[in-house]
Write a protein that binds this ligand. Structure first.
Ligand SMILES: *Cc1c(COP(=O)(O)O)cnc(C)c1O
Ligand code: SF4
Length: 332
């Protein structure tokens, strides 16, 4: 057995070494766990999970750190709110396990269970991953479904987090997708590279660019502080290889609901080679009501950022409504 240096550890090893104990996280940040006793209990509702590379981006001694607030359990999560549901999008009802087909041209494959980080506001925090795991049989069914429908030209890999899958697994899947002639695009929605930049391996880039499919990587970054040097370095490689890079963010109370933060986010995303795509209103999931930003406030923020940013750096403000077939743009 040999001791691996920090640099040579693989992303899987870092993943096995995430921080799951809130008291440990608080101590690492020079915050006193004794002051958070009630809050820590909320981990029962949804486990805490934070990679160390994400913790390194947090400011020590700052209980209001915008990254910390996204991952730390809080007693407010116990508050029941009549409009906040267990399954706000009613995603459960699908014909094939792990496959969502809302739009004619694209399907969403929920590839893998779980995430590298558990975001407290996540609309999937009550999602029964174990029952919805896309096993080989369901995957075969999903592939047959796509193959039989020529109107589908894009497959979107989502999760949990699809990049929790290994490069080998993704390679196999991409090879299968290439064999479906009407597919032209592959899109991956992931937060993993943000919290663990080394997930952007050279091997993955090769798999993504060696196929005839145009590849789009949509990251999930909510705050400029999440854009680390390491992430920027790795994204540069991906961009240079022709992978389109986009970002989606969620508008979160006390984290990014200020025009200056949103402007800085767009500017920094562009510097890192990403274009802002969507800004989501929070999905009304139980336990996350304290993150909610009203529609009215969101629209006021959009008005300010639209006046200050070039059009291509203004994300589309959208909302997922269970009864609607698509994401609904939010207008005044
Ligand atoms: C969001 C979503 C998509 C992708 O929508 P775009 O507007 O193309 O980004 C596709 N399928 C499902 C089920 C979705 O929820
Ligand atoms: S990474 Fe995405 S899916 Fe996973 S917990 Fe965070 S918001 Fe939810």
């Amino acid at each position: 057995m040999h001791i691996l240096t920090k640099k040579s550890r693989t992303w899987q090893q870092d993943l096995a070494n995430v921080v799951t104990d809130p008291a440990t996280l608080l101590t690492m940040l020079d915050l006193n766990p004794a002051l958070y006793q009630e809050d820590i209990k909320a981990r029962r509702l949804f486990p805490m999970r934070v990679p160390r590379s994400f913790i390194e981006l947090m400011q020590k001694g700052n209980p209001q750190d915008p990254l910390l607030k996204q991952v730390l359990p809080l007693s407010q999560e116990f508050k029941q709110h009549p409009q906040f549901m267990l399954d706000p999008l009613q995603e459960h009802q699908t014909a094939i396990q792990g496959l969502l087909h809302k739009y004619e041209s694209r399907v969403l494959l929920m590839l893998r269970t779980g995430c590298a980080v558990n975001c407290r506001y996540c609309f999937r925090r009550h999602f029964p991953y174990a029952e919805n795991k896309l096993n080989q049989e369901a995957l075969n069914e999903a592939i047959a479904y796509i193959r039989a429908r020529p109107t589908i030209n894009e497959v979107i890999l989502s999760g949990g987090d699809p990049l929790m899958a290994t490069d080998e697994h993704l390679e196999k899947l991409i090879n299968t997708l290439i064999s479906i002639p009407h597919l032209t695009r592959l899109r991956i929605h992931s937060r993993l590279p943000v919290v663990l930049p080394k997930r952007l391996t050279d091997t993955l880039a090769q798999h993504l660019t060696s196929s005839r499919l145009k590849t789009i990587l949509v990251l999930h970054i909510n705050h400029p502080q999440e854009i680390s040097e390491a992430l920027q370095q790795n994204l540069k490689q991906y961009q240079a290889q022709g992978i389109t890079l986009l970002n989606q963010a969620v508008l979160l109370q006390g984290i990014n609901n200020s025009s200056s933060t949103l402007i800085e986010l767009s500017e920094k995303l562009f510097q890192a080679g990403l274009l802002p795509y969507y800004l989501h209103l929070l999905d009304p999931v139980q336990g996350a009501a304290h993150f909610n930003v009203s529609r009215q406030e969101a629209l006021a923020l959009m008005q300010i950022i639209r006046a200050k940013l070039p059009g291509f750096l203004v994300p589309k403000l959208v909302q997922e409504l269970p009864e609607q077939a698509s994401k609904t743009p939010v207008f005044a």
